[in-house]
Design a protein around this ligand. Structure first.
Ligand code: SF4
Length: 62
């Protein structure tokens, strides 16, 4: 499954990058998915990061 961050919702808490630094990065004060890691949506740590994102900006899709 694919993971992405909606930049219009992210308010830059950086929690995703701290939680799963192999998938998320904190760039220009916003969370983002590291290029090449977009297929990490099956990773339970990524799913937890999506659940805990305070702005619900992390999307996991088929
Ligand atoms: S946890 Fe959510 S609000 Fe915080 S940086 Fe990541 S995507 Fe943005």
């Amino acid at each position: 499954m694919k993971v992405s961050v909606d930049p219009s919702l992210c308010y830059g808490s950086a929690e995703c990058a701290h939680r799963v630094p192999s998938v998320f990065a904190f760039v220009d004060e916003f969370g983002t998915v590291i290029p090449g890691r977009e297929d990490s949506g099956d990773d339970p740590r990524v799913q937890e990061a999506a659940e805990k994102c305070p702005s619900q900006a992390i999307r996991i899709t088929e």
